[in-house]
Design a protein around this ligand. Structure first.
Ligand SMILES: *[C@@H]1O[C@H](CO)[C@@H](O)[C@H](O)[C@H]1NC(C)=O
Ligand SMILES: *[C@@H]1O[C@H](CO)[C@@H](O)[C@H](O)[C@H]1NC(C)=O
Ligand SMILES: *[C@@H]1O[C@H](CO)[C@@H](O)[C@H](O)[C@H]1NC(C)=O
Ligand SMILES: *[C@@H]1O[C@H](CO)[C@@H](O)[C@H](O)[C@H]1NC(C)=O
Ligand SMILES: *[C@@H]1O[C@H](CO)[C@@H](O)[C@H](O)[C@H]1NC(C)=O
Ligand SMILES: *[C@@H]1O[C@H](CO)[C@@H](O)[C@H](O)[C@H]1NC(C)=O
Ligand SMILES: *[C@@H]1O[C@H](CO)[C@@H](O)[C@H](O)[C@H]1NC(C)=O
Ligand SMILES: *[C@@H]1O[C@H](CO)[C@@H](O)[C@H](O)[C@H]1NC(C)=O
Ligand SMILES: *[C@@H]1O[C@H](CO)[C@@H](O)[C@H](O)[C@H]1NC(C)=O
Ligand SMILES: *[C@@H]1O[C@H](CO)[C@@H](O)[C@H](O)[C@H]1NC(C)=O
Ligand SMILES: *[C@@H]1O[C@H](CO)[C@@H](O)[C@H](O)[C@H]1NC(C)=O
Ligand SMILES: *[C@@H]1O[C@H](CO)[C@@H](O)[C@H](O)[C@H]1NC(C)=O
Length: 836
């Protein structure tokens, strides 16, 4: 039976309603239905297979119905051939094999499979058999392996998108054939496809019909052919994140329809001069982040009045913002961060009423923050962190803000109440302004979408608003303020908090037991308060906890535990120093501190898991020196039980904690011998057992601790020879003073001879610190005999100290991530987190 000649919409609707009764009038040939159904069956529907959208189209495909009416299927109405298949975001999960029935749909002209999970399938050479294909989109679908050369048979292709897969590569021969044979191409997107072997010169032969070329993150290297830019129809060119690309961008003869240009993170020279500017008048998107910009006259950019996105971040611009920027009235996104721009911001940006994202962080701007910035009607993201802004924060005139970071300036006064009217605010960071005063208004409870709240390092007073335990916060940092009262937070079930820092306030009362409702909590820092409680052993049930700092409070009693299997198994920093704990050392816990028994291979900074651009920071003591670590490497492992009244012996099991870099048991009442098993702690850089009641000899095994930079065994009752060994010979008398009968060259006392002459404690003044740590470390430190340990720590890169210009590198919000980041499925966790 032939196909009905009618192709009107009403007839299709008619069919749709009555197809079951007139099953013989299918448009769709049975073999096509079968192929499609088998294709459907070869995958599972899996909600984590699609990220950006979710349309499980194949679910509507039913045997016995007309496949031309199925979701995502298009047929030629005359022939009934399936000519289009659009299964983007269809949640398909599984391998796309070469024997797939997909390849029997010979007549396909458009095939769209983006945003599924084909589980590292290779792209089958059979794709080359779709001889009439004009569109092939395999974007973001977890394909891997080499792009088959048969792709080049698809000479009718107008649009080819293989971007954002996890592990695809393109051989030079194949790419050259694509360039030569696909003469109808208008769009070519190979973002994230590994093309590191392809010579940039081969791009010269690209079809002159090309209107869009995206080669982000392709690993291209070498000199880029200037001619590429002369493609007459080119509207969009993205070469960003090919760090090895050199050459220069032509200033003339450019396509006059170019509207989107991205050269970020390449070494292609860009001459910002009249010629170039007059050729770029139609530009709407310009991304020149971290570029090789030469003769940089920012004023000229004011002529590109059609610009909506402008990214000039991470360059060396050092002027003021030119007044010509006031002409860029279409701008919705302006990123000038990480330059050396100076001066107060006058009215240059006053006219930019479409601005949604403004990033000016890490510059040298000064003066007050102009109030017109807070009156921009569409502003959603404002980042001014790390500048020299002074004065009060003005009231915000509208309520569109989602992201606000004013940290590391010199702002003062109260937090304006209008901030709490920004109903969509997700991130509020006002940290490190020192002089923000007043109370944290309970209006903050109205911010239902707040994920990150960081008001640390200010002079805020009053109590902590109750609601902060019950909203959606991932990060709560109120440390280093003058907050008073109890910790009133009642953490509700399914709390998403990952980071809780209340260090350095005047908080009293007990540690709220409801913290255990925060099941994904990774950091608790309640140090330097006036908390009166016993050891909160219920915290051991927080299986993700990595950092627990309770030091300098009024905690007392025995540290008993564990009560559960795997207690504190992920803990890498455990600091309960400077409290009144007593009784034996918590030997039971030492047995379950698994993270301290291992060491990480990959050094990464510890960031919030679900907001990965937020780097964790904590306060730590390094023998009398209080430091805020603004970034923490995951390799750091610290156990500090000092300045309590622990009694009894050091248990042998401590030798299991092989990952430890710092162990501090000083200023307790420990007795017995130093366990030779401590010689197994081969990663130790700092060992402090001073001011205890330890007796006996120093185990020779300690001589094998080759990383040890700091050793303090002073003020015990040790005797006998100090072990020899390269490392031990570097310690001076201060490491051993105040013991009964130690002998050795370090204490200038021959063994079997008389007692060593007593030495006065060594001390370093602040001048010494600055030479030890170099310029820029503005913190005040009084170090007693521990100087080189810091240097060692810095050199090993475990931590980054708070500097005069503190490194508070909160990196950015959704738009930025969308536009600039490598988007593959492996990376997508972060991607999604930032979109929230
Ligand atoms: C769903 O997909 C994810 C990856 O996207 C995979 O890890 C998981 O095993 C899949 N689940 C099922 C039931 O196939
Ligand atoms: C297709 O090939 C794969 C692997 O080669 C095999 O596991 C599968 O059974 C085949 N499917 C069909 C329908 O032949
Ligand atoms: C490809 O298109 C041509 C011209 O439209 C047509 O004649 C031919 O049958 C098509 N081939 C297939 C396999 O659909
Ligand atoms: C180029 O395309 C034609 C079809 O137009 C095809 O026959 C030929 O094999 C292709 N050449 C290469 C090198 O792929
Ligand atoms: C830029 O604009 C200024 C003033 O509007 C004009 O004098 C100048 O010629 C323009 N330059 C270019 C390259 O268009
Ligand atoms: C700027 O945009 C407007 C509106 O889209 C358009 O009419 C005009 O041609 C553009 N200017 C240039 C120089 O491309
Ligand atoms: C801003 O800094 C410049 C030096 O870069 C200085 O000359 C100027 O006085 C400062 N202005 C204000 C308002 O602090
Ligand atoms: C808050 O976000 C919602 C959803 O995106 C939007 O509809 C609403 O207009 C936003 N509110 C404001 C004040 O911008
Ligand atoms: C955990 O949260 C629930 C409900 O939000 C609450 O009833 C419970 O008391 C909390 N747990 C603790 C230990 O406070
Ligand atoms: C430490 O504990 C011991 C034994 O419980 C006790 O005798 C001693 O007084 C305590 N020392 C301090 C400073 O509290
Ligand atoms: C210390 O290491 C040695 C040799 O590897 C081993 O025999 C011993 O059991 C270890 N001691 C502890 C407490 O881990
Ligand atoms: C962690 O945060 C730091 C600083 O904010 C940032 O530079 C880094 O890229 C982040 N790391 C990850 C894995 O996102």
């Amino acid at each position: 039976m032939g196909f009905p000649p009618i192709s009107s919409l009403s007839f299709i609707l008619f069919l749709f309603h009555f197809h079951s009764t007139i099953s013989s009038s299918h448009f769709c040939a049975p073999h096509q239905s079968l192929s499609l159904l088998q294709f459907k069956e070869s995958f599972s529907i899996n909600s984590s297979a699609s990220w950006n959208c979710h349309h499980p189209k194949t679910e509507s495909w039913k045997e016995g119905t007309d496949c031309c009416l199925w979701d995502g299927v298009t047929c030629d109405l005359k022939t009934g051939h399936v000519t289009g298949l659009d299964l983007a975001c269809s949640m398909l999960y599984g391998t796309l094999h070469s024997n797939s029935t997909l390849f029997s749909l010979h007549h396909l002209q458009k095939l769209h499979l983006s945003d599924n999970d084909f589980n590292f399938s290779h792209i089958s050479s059979r794709f080359g058999q779709f001889s009439n294909l004009t569109l092939l989109n395999l974007n973001f679908s977890v394909f891997a392996g080499q792009v088959p050369s048969e792709i080049t048979h698809l000479s009718k292709l107008v649009s080819l998108d293989l971007s954002d897969n996890d592990d695809l590569s393109l051989e030079p021969i194949c790419f050259n054939k694509i360039v030569r044979n696909l003469t109808n191409l208008r769009e070519l997107d190979l973002e994230c496809v590994n093309m590191s072997l392809v010579a940039p010169n081969s791009l010269m032969n690209l079809s002159s019909s090309l209107s869009s070329l995206s080669l982000q993150y392709c690993g291209l290297q070498g000199k880029f052919p200037g001619n590429i830019f002369l493609l007459p129809n080119l509207e969009s060119l993205d070469l960003s994140y090919n760090e090895g690309l050199t050459g220069s961008f032509p200033s003339s003869n450019l396509s006059n329809v170019l509207s989107d240009l991205s050269l970020s993170n390449t070494r292609i020279s860009v001459y910002l001069e009249n010629n170039l500017i007059s050729n770029l008048k139609s530009l709407e998107y310009m991304f020149l982040r971290n570029c090789n910009i030469i003769r940089s006259d920012l004023t000229l950019l004011g002529n590109l009045t059609n610009l909506t996105y402008l990214d000039l971040s991470n360059n060396n611009f050092s002027s003021q913002i030119p007044s010509s920027f006031g002409n860029l009235v279409n701008l919705s996104y302006l990123d000038l961060s990480n330059n050396q721009l100076v001066g107060p911001i006058h009215s240059q940006l006053n006219t930019l009423s479409n601005l949604r994202n403004l990033y000016l962080s890490n510059n040298l701007f000064n003066g007050t923050i102009p109030s017109f910035l807070f009156a921009l009607p569409s502003l959603q993201s404002l980042d001014l962190h790390n500048n020299n802004f002074i004065g009060n924060i003005s009231e915000i005139q509208h309520d569109s803000l989602r992201f606000l970071d004013l940290s590391n300036n010199h702002l003062l006064g109260p937090i304006p109440s209008s901030i709490f009217k920004q109903e969509n605010l997700t991130t509020l960071i006002l940290a490190s302004n020192s002089k923000l005063t007043g109370e944290i208004s309970s209006s903050i409870c109205k911010l239902r979408f707040l994920r990150v709240l960081d008001l640390s390092n200010n002079s805020l007073s009053g109590s902590i608003p109750l609601c902060l335990g019950s909203n959606m916060l991932l990060v709560l940092h109120l440390g280093m303020n003058n907050l008073q009262g109890t910790i009133p937070l009642t953490f509700s079930k399914d709390n998403s908090l990952e980071y809780l820092n209340l260090n350095g306030n005047e908080l009293e009362g007990k540690i709220p037991p409801s913290i255990i409702n925060c099941t994904i909590l990774e950091v608790i820092d309640l140090g330097n308060n006036k908390i009166e409680d016993t050891f909160p052993s219920f915290l051991e049930r927080l299986s993700e906890l990595q950092i627990l700092v309770l030091k300098s409070n009024k905690l007392q009693g025995f540290v008993k535990g564990p009560t559960a299997y795997n207690s504190f198994s992920k803990l890498r920093i455990f600091d309960i120093s400077h409290n009144n704990f007593s009784g034996p050392l918590p030997t039971g816990y030492f047995n379950s501190l698994e993270a301290m028994m291992a060491s990480d291979q990959n050094m990464i900074y510890m960031n919030a898991t679900n907001y990965s651009s937020y780097a964790y920071s904590i306060e730590m003591t390094w023998k009398g020196v209080e430091i805020e670590f603004t970034k923490i490497r995951n390799t750091i492992r610290v156990l500090d039980l000092s300045n309590n009244n622990f009694t009894g012996e050091i248990p042998k099991v401590m030798g299991k904690l092989k990952g430890l870099q710092q162990l501090n048991l000083s200023h307790n009442s420990l007795t017995g011998h130093i366990q030779s098993s401590l010689g197994n702690l081969t990663n130790l850089e700092s060992l402090d057992l001073s001011s205890n009641l330890l007796t006996g000899r120093i185990p020779t095994q300690l001589g094998g601790l080759t990383f040890l930079a700091i050793l303090n065994l002073s003020h015990n009752q040790l005797e006998g020879p100090i072990p020899s060994g390269e490392q031990f010979n570097t310690f001076d008398a201060s490491s051993f003073e105040g013991n009964l009968g130690l002998c050795g060259s370090q204490v200038l006392k021959k063994c079997y001879g008389d007692e060593a002459p007593s030495l006065s404690p060594s001390s370093f003044d602040e001048g010494d610190d600055s030479t030890l740590f170099g310029e820029g470390f503005g913190w005040k430190a009084v170090i007693v005999g521990y100087g080189c340990g810091f240097v060692f720590g810095v050199a090993m890169g475990y931590v980054v100290f708070r500097t005069k210009k503190p490194a508070w590198f909160l990196r950015m919000v959704e738009d930025k991530w969308n536009l600039q980041s490598k988007k593959t499925k492996k990376n997508v966790g972060r991607y999604v987190a930032r979109r929230n």
